[in-house]
Ligand binder design. Structure first.
Ligand SMILES: Cc1ncc(COP(=O)(O)O)c(C=O)c1O
Length: 343
């Protein structure tokens, strides 16, 4: 297993000692698209990729990716969480970027093959093997600003990870950005590198100026998502989250939390809501972020227009913890897979 030179110890409590995403299994799987067809799946050592400097991705940003986890089950074995949903979203992102559409059976085979190769590197839950398929346009043509890349490369990396947001129950600090957009109204649903690049300056500024962990994008007061997760308001009986539209990423964890919440008799409300409602809700309720890395992490405080507003006592609230525990238990096989999410 390899580590990047910058990898450093962050917490002895984490199941892997390196920061999320900096440690890689030795192998990756890879296919290429050319002349209208996909090549056979190759297994390669993880290392530099040969890319022509004129590659479409390097100039016109033709890249998308996915992020999912394989878990070590309590009773042995390894399962991937909601693989079909992640593959579907990967295809949707490819479609939105006019990249060649990777067939679901090829992507699934690449992921499963890699998990089999990395079995010994998978930590015990709540650690996991994070799986990162990436699709990039490789046509060598700097004149193709207005044309899709006719060639592409798809590869899958695997990275053993600990508990990304584990902060001993301490809530996250979130800056509310009520003017800027993370992406565009139609492209937020793509898991495209460009969306992260366009949000980055806001996240960097929030961290530097306010010590915030993330930014909640709320253009014109419309509460959407953070730079890397979906957003929920939670109380003893309800969950409130934005309904699916093209402006934000349709989180697989978001869907899982909603399903589990309904199962636990919460009333799930999917409707648009405003920053004013968030401020009102946190007088008595909880707020949380959902994502493959974050699972369901509590918000401890919001920074808004220069002032800080504490949520509860600043730690993860009891309903957030209850839902997060239910999801983690299912992911690691401690409770029955009653929705058929593990494969
Ligand atoms: C912008 C953004 N929104 C939401 C999510 C949550 O998606 P998921 O639950 O599928 O990981 C992520 C994380 O991948 C993300 O990057």
């Amino acid at each position: 297993m390899k580590e990047t030179p910058s990898a450093k110890l962050v917490s002895s409590a984490n199941h892997t000692a390196s920061p999320f995403g900096t440690q890689f299994c030795d192998h990756m799987t890879l296919v290429r698209f050319a002349d209208g067809r996909w090549s056979e799946v190759e297994t390669l050592p993880v290392g530099p990729l040969p890319l022509h400097p004129a590659s479409h991705v390097l100039h016109y940003g033709s890249s998308c990716f996915e992020g999912m986890k394989a878990f070590r089950m309590q009773n042995g074995g390894v399962r991937i969480f909601r693989l079909d949903r992640h593959v579907e979203r990967f295809q949707r992102s490819a479609e939105l970027l006019c990249l060649p559409l990777p067939p679901a059976d090829i992507v699934e085979a690449m992921i499963r093959q890699l998990v089999d190769l990395c079995l010994d590197d998978i930590p015990e839950a709540p650690g996991a093997l994070y799986l990162r398929p990436a699709l990039i346009g490789t046509e060598e043509n700097i004149g193709a600003a207005g044309a899709p890349s006719a060639q592409a490369m798809l590869y899958v990396l695997a990275s053993p990870v600990g508990d990304y947001f584990s902060r001993g129950g301490h809530g996250l600090t979130i800056l509310i950005e009520d003017q800027e957009l993370r992406s565009t109204p139609g492209f937020g649903q793509a898991k495209a590198g460009g969306n992260y690049a366009s949000a980055l300056r806001h996240v960097v500024k929030a961290r530097k100026e306010h010590g915030a962990d993330q930014v909640l994008f709320c253009p014109n007061g419309d509460v959407q998502e953070t730079g890397a997760s979906n957003f929920f308001l939670i109380n003893d009986s309800q969950l409130l989250t934005k309904p699916l539209d093209a402006s934000f990423l349709h989180g697989v964890t978001r869907d899982s939390v909603i399903t589990l919440a309904r199962d636990l008799n919460y009333d799930v409300i999917e409707r648009d809501f405003t920053v004013a409602e968030v401020m009102d809700w946190i007088q008595t309720g909880e707020a949380a972020l959902s994502g493959t890395a974050a699972v369901l992490s509590g918000v401890g405080s919001f920074v808004h227009k220069g002032a800080t507003y504490k949520v509860g006592d600043g730690s993860t609230g009891p309903n957030t913890r209850k839902l997060s525990d239910a999801l983690r238990a299912l992911q690691s096989g401690r409770t029955e897979d009653r929705f058929g999410w593990l494969s």
